[in-house]
Design a protein around this ligand. Structure first.
Ligand SMILES: [Zn+2]
Length: 266
């Protein structure tokens, strides 16, 4: 066993070199490497066919700046044969108008409630299924992803009195009857449970960079806030295997509506 330490320079290169020296006939693959992190011993093959995202989501991903610039992420190539269906059109919740708060979408109860209504429409958490039909969507099939660092859950004192309410988007989703758990940054046990679909059947809300690489059938991207908003949005959308939902601040409206097939509600 080789322990990879964070403070080592390119630990994957050292791991490959040591395995190569000690294991005869070794065949080793690595996937999802960042650009420039490929150990010299490995041959690079770039896979650019979307395997799990439907065309409706793939088009949205290709529309994002990091993708369009072709710098950070390679563009997709066409599927070798036509796919059987286009997939569900992305849904857009606009953080503007009556009932919405003045801050970012992540702290807007109305945005959260509208997201919750969409999840109800999709039948998330439903129990009815007929023999031979796919199982209904579970709450754990849903990610609510953001890059907003202030997303937080309710805090209570020793007496149970709420001293700080949860972020608005979490309050709104719960108001619509959807159970949602916030995965805090640094919660390694929580990430393991999310990766293995363990834990209670809840929607998981978290920062996109804390669960990158994990996919869900329904992904809700809550835009706005600070940092790499556009990259976070690209990361979130490309992890969606069925229904993409975008919660957008007013300043994103124009670029969102320029995407071909988005349908919206507010
Ligand atoms: Zn709102």
């Amino acid at each position: 066993m080789h322990e990879v330490k964070d403070d080592e320079y390119n630990p994957l290169t050292r791991l490959c070199e040591e395995l190569h020296q000690h294991v005869p006939g070794l065949h080793l693959w690595a996937a999802s490497l960042y650009h420039g992190h490929r150990p010299p011993l490995l041959t690079e093959v770039i896979l650019t066919q979307p395997l799990r995202t439907p065309p409706s989501v793939t088009r949205h991903v290709q529309h994002q700046p990091f993708m369009a610039q072709g710098v950070t992420v390679y563009d997709y190539t066409a599927a070798p044969s036509p796919l059987p269906c286009d997939g569900l059109d992305p849904r857009v919740v606009r953080h503007t108008g009556q009932g919405h708060g003045e801050g970012e979408p992540g702290d807007c109860e109305q945005c959260g409630f509208l997201v919750g209504q969409i999840l109800v429409e999709l039948g998330v958490g439903g129990t009815g299924s007929t023999p031979g039909s796919p199982r209904p969507l579970q709450y754990r099939d849903v990610f609510i992803l953001t890059n907003v660092s202030f997303l937080h859950d309710a805090k209570s004192d020793a007496s149970g009195q709420v001293t700080r309410p949860a972020s608005g988007v979490l309050r709104g989703v719960r108001e619509a009857g959807i159970p949602v758990t916030l995965l805090e940054s640094g919660d390694e046990d929580g990430v393991r449970d999310v990766a293995t679909m363990a834990g209670p059947d809840h929607v998981i809300a978290t920062r996109c960079f804390d669960v990158q690489g994990l996919e869900r059938k329904v992904v809700v991207w809550v835009g706005g806030g600070d940092g790499d908003d556009e990259f976070g949005r690209l990361l979130a959308a490309s992890r969606c295997t069925s229904q993409l939902v975008l919660v957008t601040p007013p300043r994103r409206e124009q670029s969102d509506t320029s995407s071909d097939d988005d349908s919206d509600c507010n």
